[in-house]
Design a protein around this ligand. Structure first.
Ligand SMILES: Nc1nc2c(c(=O)[nH]1)N[C@H]1C(S)=C(S)[C@@H](COP(=O)(O)O)O[C@H]1N2
Ligand SMILES: [Mo]
Length: 257
């Protein structure tokens, strides 16, 4: 059975149901609002938009099988961080790598690759979509971010998880690549800190030793070379303040479904 299609049908049914209820509940009032005529006239596209607004983001990104793996999966953006600290870690097979996790957490921590490999993991075959116009399917294995967060215990004020990367960016040497997601995406089962790609150790070109996979979001959200994770309640004071390297240059912060 096609779970994706079933899910979508259920979700549309719920939407139409919700719209119908609203219609019956307040025809007069709604017909005067700006959005209501648009919803009624624009058909399925509008239904999908409303569906997004009225359903939670618990859905799973589509998963594939080994037979669907792309013959090659390119490297995009940084292919090897231009930093002495990173080169030293890489020279030693990342034995000295420590992922620092702090900010708005009760129990800040420092995790070696061995620690991360000991956390509950997930393996998934998914499609990566880059806004530059390419997609590719790969298999990823990594620690569930939810498990890591449970270990450090986010404080009630925490709203976002920020990923600070090892690669300094050309046009702004002082501010490395960074990205962020909200707690809903952070605790989603398909959100992992990947240390394997296609059944092999994650290559440097694709983010070694650790890269984020946040499967319901576009490629630029999938931070490579993650060195530090910070829980915050806002992006004020972090680089350009928009929650990510590309967001600081005008890309959408929410790049998902
Ligand atoms: N640290 C870091 N993460 C990054 C990037 C980058 O340049 N540096 N590029 C992003 C973009 S735009 C994409 S499409 C993917 C590319 O991942 P890949 O190199 O495994 O193809 O990583 C994302 N994460
Ligand atoms: Mo991308």
């Amino acid at each position: 059975m096609n779970r994706t299609r079933d899910g979508r049908r259920r979700f549309l049914a719920r939407t139409i149901g919700a719209a119908g209820t609203l219609f019956l509940a307040g025809c007069e009032r709604l017909s005067n609002s700006d959005w209501f005529p648009t919803v009624l006239s624009a058909g399925e596209k509008a239904s999908a938009a409303v569906a997004h607004a009225v359903t939670s983001r618990k859905s799973m990104a589509q998963e594939f099988t080994d037979g669907d793996l792309s013959p090659t999966f390119r490297s995009n953006g940084t292919a090897e961080p231009d930093s002495d600290a990173y080169r030293m870690l890489a020279a030693n097979g990342f034995a000295d790598y420590r992922l620092e996790v702090g900010g708005l957490v009760a129990q800040p921590g420092s995790f070696s690759l061995t620690d991360l490999r000991a956390l509950p993991s997930r393996t998934q075959v998914t499609r990566h979509d880059c806004v530059e116009g390419w997609s590719a399917i790969a298999k990823w294995k990594g620690a569930r971010l939810a498990a890591l967060l449970e270990a450090v215990r986010p404080r009630p004020e925490a709203r976002f998880v920020v990923f600070h990367c090892a690669d300094p960016m050309e046009d702004d040497g002082a501010s490395p690549y960074y990205e962020s997601i909200d707690l809903e995406d952070a605790f989603h089962p398909q959100t992992i800190l990947a240390y394997e790609m296609n059944d092999a150790v994650l290559p440097i070109a694709n983010g070694a030793p650790i890269r984020l996979r946040v499967e319901r979001q576009l490629g630029y959200k999938h931070a490579k070379y993650v060195m530090r994770i910070e829980l915050v309640d806002s992006f004020a004071g972090i680089a350009g303040g928009k929650g990510g390297y590309w967001e600081d240059q005008g890309y959408q912060w929410f790049a998902g479904i």
